[in-house]
Design a protein around this ligand. Structure first.
Ligand SMILES: [Zn+2]
Length: 111
């Protein structure tokens, strides 16, 4: 999986099978939660996307490798908590002015 498309940003949605897991409306945000499966290697990823429609450059997404355990526990409302527990993640979006970087920093989803 190290050299796979799912490990090398920028990511393209066509490289993944995406399963919509609902919207996280905690704190009035509308985070879109999905599980994406890499078409090339089968790795699964927990993806979270949020933006504030009235604020420019507020779009941000995070994605972390999803373990079986994470997926069993996953609901839209605990997706952020699960991302925070993951050892690392990719992040990007207009807020970060990035198409994707690997990181271990905080998951910041509230505007
Ligand atoms: Zn892959």
């Amino acid at each position: 999986m190290a050299d796979c498309k799912c490990m090398t940003p920028p990511f393209h949605y066509l490289d993944f099978e995406s399963q919509n897991m609902g919207v996280d409306s905690t704190n009035g945000r509308f985070g879109e939660v999905s599980v994406e499966t890499c078409k090339a290697c089968g790795s699964r990823w927990l993806r979270y996307f949020v933006e504030h429609e009235h604020r420019s450059r507020s779009g941000r997404w995070y994605r972390a490798p999803a373990t079986e355990e994470m997926l069993d526990a996953l609901a839209s409302t605990n997706a952020v908590e699960l991302l925070r527990k993951a050892p690392w993640h990719f992040y990007g979006g207009s807020y970060f002015k990035s198409t994707g970087k690997r990181g271990t920093g905080p998951i910041i989803v509230d505007m």
